[in-house]
Design a protein around this ligand. Structure first.
Ligand code: HEC
Length: 169
């Protein structure tokens, strides 16, 4: 016998011993303790839990990731709208909800939340939009949008408002 076949035979013998131990445990167990029946019971309970969880429509409780993508922590949308009016953004942009904002020098900011890019170069996400508003020429040397001296806090408020502008405006 080679060393390898000895190992094989002992693994086989071990497996047979374990299986027969299981069968005799089952055969000797009193019906009340019925280990296999209990194991099946646990499995059944488990699947009942899964079924209940599924029936409770867990998807309905899920956060709206699409909306959260645009959530601006610390940004005040109403203040942002007023700030855009005060900074004269409307001279160059159409901005729904901002009085007198009918400019056509830059793109309309309607539906901004739906856009993939800001000014065609930055990913449309809160941090990026805030940075753009603070200093557009930093990101795009030749852009016609000037640095309007917007502070970070002001830019966050403006960002919060701009993300309320969905596709239907
Ligand atoms: C002098 C005109 C002008 C003013 C004033 C101005 N912008 Fe712009 N803005 C532009 C132009 C032009 C672009 C396009 C920039 C580009 O693509 O390089 C632009 C781009 C943008 C974009 C990106 C839009 C998109 O669809 O990608 C946002 C957002 C924006 N401006 C917000 C503002 C806000 C807020 C203010 C006021 C604080 C403001 N702008 C003031 C001219 C202006």
């Amino acid at each position: 016998m080679t060393a390898r076949s000895i190992i094989r035979v002992s693994i086989l013998a071990g497996a047979i011993a374990a299986a027969s131990a299981l069968v005799s445990a089952w055969a000797l167990a009193s019906p009340a303790s019925d280990p296999i029946g209990r194991a099946l019971g646990w499995l059944g309970q488990g699947s009942d839990h899964v079924a209940a969880w599924y029936a409770s429509d867990p998807v309905a409780d899920m956060p709206d990731w699409r909306a959260m993508r645009l959530d601006v922590a610390g940004g005040d949308a109403a203040r942002g709208r007023d700030l855009m009016r005060d900074h004269g953004c409307g001279a160059c942009h159409r901005i729904p909800g901002v009085p007198g904002a009918h400019g056509t020098v830059g793109p309309s900011l309607a539906g901004l939340a739906e856009r993939a890019y800001i000014a065609g170069i930055l990913t449309n996400a809160p941090g990026e939009l805030t940075r753009w508003l603070i200093d557009p020429p930093y990101f795009s040397q030749d852009t016609a949008m000037p640095d309007l001296g917007v502070t970070e806090a002001e830019a966050m408020d403006m960002t919060a408002y701009l993300y309320t502008l969905g596709g239907d405006e």
